[in-house]
Design a protein around this ligand. Structure first.
Ligand code: COA
Length: 168
């Protein structure tokens, strides 16, 4: 059975409490990482309907600070499925507490692996991208996977063909 990215779409919305902020009254980076991990793990589970574990946090950019009392919405969608792993693209949107306007504060890419009860990786369904944006994420995902594997010491740079092609 194949799935589309929209099958895994997940949106988590919550506010920023005082205990989740630093001395500038901005949200802790670690708190945001946890919220992104939660949303992304639900998206990965919706794609494969199996137990999933976080294999890597491939790319996180903290572009804008998130003030105390903001409404924070974290969206997550599987962008590509490989054999047992899935790449999930995450976006963080903020509603300013007083102005009410919405803006995108952060983006991240996480990788999850589906595992069985004995923690052994198991195959996941194929993902078919639909929209132009989903196709762009799908196409770039192999490059990101190879970069992540090279950085983790799991792939020799010579074998990262998609990644090398960027520099040729
Ligand atoms: C992630 C984990 C399941 C991988 O298990 P493994 O025995 O090394 O299995 P494999 O080498 O077959 O890797 C499984 C898949 O993960 C991918 N993978 C592993 N590490 C990766 C990384 N750093 N970046 C991207 N993909 C990675 C592999 O490429 C493979 O993908 P594919 O099957 O789709 O091609 C295992 O390392 C694990 O359980 N880690 C702990 C997870 C966890 O507890 N997370 C919460 C953190 S507190």
């Amino acid at each position: 059975m194949t799935k589309n990215p929209s099958d895994s779409y997940t949106l988590l919305t919550d506010i920023v409490l005082p205990s989740e902020t630093n001395s500038l009254n901005h949200m802790f980076g670690g708190e945001l990482l946890a919220r992104m991990d939660r949303a992304a793990s639900i998206a990965a589970r919706r794609h494969c309907n199996e137990i999933v574990v976080t294999a890597s946090v491939n790319h996180v950019s903290f572009d804008k600070p998130i003030p105390l009392d903001s409404v924070v919405s974290v969206s997550a969608k599987v962008s590509r499925a490989f054999k047992t792993s899935m790449e999930v693209v995450i976006e963080v949107w903020i509603e300013h507490p007083k102005k009410g306007e919405k803006y995108k504060a952060n983006e991240a890419i996480y990788t999850f692996v589906a595992v069985d009860e004995s923690k052994k990786p198991i195959p996941v369904p194929e993902l078919i991208p639909v929209t132009p944006e989903e196709r762009a994420h799908f196409d770039a995902a192999l490059r990101r996977k190879q970069l992540s594997l090279v950085l983790a010491g799991r792939m020799h740079p010579n074998d990262a063909t998609e990644l090398k092609a960027l520099f040729l």
